[in-house]
Design a protein around this ligand. Structure first.
Ligand code: ADP
Length: 320
């Protein structure tokens, strides 16, 4: 394979730029031509394709976001629209594609591969860590550290005022961001979509701890785990204690990728380009037990993510 292209799609995550850089530099090392497609699948169907060289990816390794930009492009689910995308690839003679994104992006990749014979490698770029076939997704580690920074800062002020703090974090239907940041930040309560919780119990536990002299508590709420206003209301009703709410929002999507994500970006990119160069099957790239793996896309969608209940349980024990 002599010509490949790279795009980023869906929600951005820290480390996407480092990964694009690594794809480009690896391809150039193998004397392949490499192209950047802007705004994910939207750019593919519009033919927004540019040749990249070593300098195109200078000085981006440390930047959050994606310099190729990203988009949601719902019409790409339509086979006719995908076909238009493949015309753009043929016009440039591009035979292989690296897509960096989440499971939606992978569905588009699988369809391009199954229906139009394009070799596509998928790199899991999402902060949510919600794909079962890989232990970690690109950007998750940086995001958890950003959330941890927020918990540390909240602790300072909550402790000074004897307050209960509720921090809502991202993760869509997955609780990993809340779990890892919560346990690392010493949160007393971690509320995730994967584990049911009882608000009456939480309220009475806060009340009891208050009587024992514990005057501040931190609750980390994953966005998919319930309505924050309802939680605050219930705790106030049952305990008389005011809960201060912080919604971290998009702050946790941006920021310079940390060491773990930059190294992961390099490993994922090298594997993806190696597979394209050597005629490998279209695959989702991941990391399992510290080894870089490539699995069929179906496995990436169909395997159900197992939530780490043991880690969750230890967080409960440690937060008492
Ligand atoms: P993520 O990749 O982060 O999960 P989305 O779910 O928004 O984000 O998916 C990103 C893009 O992938 C969508 O905007 C769309 O262009 C494409 N996509 C999603 N689902 C499919 C599908 N079933 N078939 C083809 N393309 C899809």
């Amino acid at each position: 394979m002599e010509k490949i292209a790279v795009l980023t799609s869906g929600g951005d995550s820290p480390g996407m730029n480092a990964c694009i850089r690594a794809v480009v530099r690896t391809a150039l090392y193998y004397n392949m031509d490499v192209y950047g497609i802007e705004r994910g699948y939207e750019g593919l169907i519009n033919g927004d394709i540019t040749r990249l060289n070593h300098r195109s990816v200078s000085d981006i390794i440390h930047k959050g976001g994606t310099f190729l930009k990203t988009s949601r492009c719902p019409e790409f689910k339509d086979l006719e629209v995908q076909k238009r995308g493949t015309y753009a690839l043929s016009a440039y003679g591009i035979e292989g594609l690296v897509v960096i994104g989440g499971d939606g992006t992978f569905r588009g990749a699988k369809s391009l591969s199954d229906n139009f014979g394009i070799k596509v490698m998928g790199i899991p770029g999402t902060i949510d860590n919600d794909l079962a076939y890989t232990d970690y997704t690109l950007g998750f580690d940086t995001t958890v550290n950003t959330v941890l920074w927020a918990i540390n800062n909240l602790r300072d002020t909550m402790h000074s005022h004897d307050r209960v703090s509720l921090l809502e974090v991202m993760g869509r239907n997955a609780g990993d961001i809340a779990l890892y940041a919560g346990i690392a930040g010493g949160a007393e309560y971690i509320l995730v979509p994967e584990v049911p919780y009882d608000l009456d119990e939480i309220a009475s536990s806060i009340k009891k701890s208050n009587l024992r002299g514990k005057t501040s508590n931190t609750i980390v709420l994953a966005e998919g785990a319930g309505d924050r206003e309802e939680i605050v209301q219930k705790i106030k009703e049952k305990t008389g204690i005011n809960v201060k709410v912080t919604v971290l929002g998009y702050i946790q999507r941006g920021g310079s990728p940390n060491m773990a994500d930059r190294v992961l970006a390099a490993k994922f990119a090298i594997k993806a380009v190696d597979l394209l160069k050597n005629g490998g099957e279209s695959s989702a790239i991941g990391i399992k037990d510290n080894k870089i793996v490539a699995v069929p896309f179906e496995k990436a969608f169909n395997e159900k993510k197992v939530f780490d209940k043991d880690l969750f349980e230890s967080a409960r024990i440690l937060g008492l």
